[in-house]
Each structure stands twice: as C-alpha cells, then as structure tokens.
Ligand binder design. Sequence first.
Ligand code: GDP
Ligand code: MN
Length: 383
Amino acid sequence: MDLFEYQGKELLRKFEVPVPEGRVAETPEDAAEAAKGLGGKVVVKAQVQVGGRGKAGGIKLANSPEEAQQVANDILGMDIKGHVVKRVLVERAGDIKAEYYFSFLLDRSARKFLGMMSAKGGVDIEEVAETDPDAIARVHIDPLAGISDFHARRLVFGSRIDEAARKEAIAMIPKLYRAFVELDASLVEINPMVLTGEGRVMALDAKVSLDDSAAFRHPNFDDLKAAHDIPEQERFAKERGLNFIKLEGDVGIIGNGAGLVMSTLDVVKAAGGDPANFLDVGGGAGAELLASAIEVITSNPEVKSVLVNIFGGITRCDLVAEGILSALEKLDVKVPIVVRLDGTNAEQGRKMLADAPHPMLMSAETMLGAAEKAVELAHGGGR
Ligand code: GDP
Ligand code: MN
C-alpha cells in the first residue's frame, strides 16, 4: 500500500525523523485554521498519490491564513493526473537552501536493502539516474547485519551534499532505516530532503510504501488504508469474495484458479487484445458467484467483450453455465460474452448455454479460439 505524504510523514515523525510541522485539511476553512495554528508562511500541498504535484499546481505557498484558504480552495477538487484532491497538507514553510534525494528500498536481486542518496534532489530521480548516474550514491545493507555509521557516511559523502548538511543527514539516515525496517516498508523515499536556511536537514516530502503481506504485524494498517479510496468496482468485487484486479484493457476476463486466469491474460495478449482485469472466481465457484463476476466486469464501461474461461475440476461447468444464464437474465448485458468450458460436466454446461440462445452469448471450444473471438469482438469484429 502506498501511503499519502501526510501519512508517511506522521509515521516518520514517530521515528524522530525531522519533518515540517503540519496539519491535514479537507476544506478551505480548515486550511485557514491550520495556517493560523502554524503561524506565518505555510505551504499547501495536494494529497494525491502521484509525483510532480508541484509542476501540476498542487503545491502552493501562502503568506497568511486568508491566502491559505484561497489556495486550498484552488487545490481541493483539482484533478492531478486522474487523481482528485480530497485533502491538503498545510505545513509551516521554511526557506530552502538545497534539495537532496534520499531513499531506502528493497533490492530483490541483491537480496539486500539499498540506500540511495543524491545532491540532485527535488527532481525526477529516474532522470538523474539516466543523465548523471554518478550523482547517485548507492549503498547496500545486509538486513541481518543492519545499518552502521559507515553506511550513512558513505551515502552522505558519496552524494556530495553540502558540508553544512552532512552532520544532520548522517544522524537522520539511521532513523529512516529504522522506520523502513520496523514499518515493513518496501520503499521510504524522501525527495526532497532539504537543507534549510537555519541549517536544519528535514524530510520535505515522503513517499512510503508498506508491504501488504506484513499487514498482520501492524494494527494501524487498516486505519491507514481507510484514507484510500477503493474504486467502486474493486469494493464490489471484494464484498462478493472475488479476487479482482483492474487492468487497462477492454477484454473482461473471468476464470477459475489464479494460474488459469494468468495464462488467459497471456493468451488474450497473444491474440492481440488487452485484458480489462484479472478475476479469479476460485475453485468450486457456483452460479451466484459467476453472476456476481459478470456483474462486476460489465460495470466497467471500458469493457467491450468478456471472456469466461473455466476449467472444471471441483468447479462444475453446469453450475457455471447456470450462473452465466442467471446473470444474463438479471443484468442488461450489452457486451458479448465468449465462454469456454472444459472439464467436469463441460458437455452439460455447453448444452445448457446452447439451449438458451442469447444474442450476447457464444461458446468456443478452445482457450485460444475463445481468446481470439473475444479480442475480435472487442475490436468491433462481427461474430
Ligand atoms: P512532488 O512534486 O509531488 O514530489 O512534491 P514535493 O513535496 O516533492 O514538492 C515539490 C517541490 O515543492 C519541492 O521540491 C520544493 O521545491 C517545493 N516545496 C515543497 N514544500 C515546500 C516548502 O515548505 N517551502 C518551499 N519554499 N518550497 C516547498
Ligand atoms: Mn517529491
């Protein structure tokens, strides 16, 4: 789970990482109130999970509570790269002498943690990596041995940040490391880490990603998640016990078993199409679950055709057919559904579908044939 900036900063504060004082606001009035409490100059920052907020107009300075109210009014509701701003973070603004980049992440191929630091901060690090790779200092840390002072010093001296910032940065790095490890984070990225006019070093931005698999070790995980909007379609799927992930294509996919669904995605790709989702109804799926699956998938307006690929083991194909038919009865399905049934009671299932002809329903014998048909239909081909 990727956290919002304000959530990341709240957590970092618990590990004594210096972050600017700030408050979250959901209305312009709250933002004014927050600015009043912070006194003087503030910065109002859109809380959306996308980088480049500054360039998009989602970060603005304000010199008074009235101004804070005004800029919050501009920023709240703004659409930044498809993310609508529902909250702003109002922070005490300091003057910035220099901006650096810092991160801890998991380097899977090295089986170690990786610390990265650069004097070129505040900009896209991917760009720095491409144009000036030597500007980034990299240090691996063995998770069993943990961090030592020399790691922090190698990052700080290797990145050639300003001398005035070195001492505080060296003190801050072990705190960031502790936060990274104890939170079970997969990423803690501070861009920019800044040197202020008063000579302090602070985390001005925070991008923290927590490992969902470690959620059980963190009682606050659900609270953090509650601030995130789960898309309508995903919530609906979850309520019905469906294993659903939205993708960007237009061919809706339903299958049973994660492996089969993944290969179905591959086959759709191979047939020249783009899957709209991953959806696994699981083993032993009955009619009702199938109907829910079709409902979830066809609620996505991008979907132009649906491919149902079922291999009956524990799952009985006759029950799957029953589910498809009941979904078609209940829902006003406007896109074609291509069904491939194989395995337990497949023949019976196919016969049920053939006996109840529906303009939107067709069968296919093989997985590849079904995928090709679904892709053709999604692209506006005839049937
Ligand atoms: P991002 O663009 O979404 O990564 O947002 P950041 O939080 O990294 O902010 C982008 C830029 O806005 C920073 O690199 C700073 O230059 C500027 N900025 C952010 N907070 C402050 C602040 O408190 N004071 C000043 N003067 N500038 C800020
Ligand atoms: Mn940033």
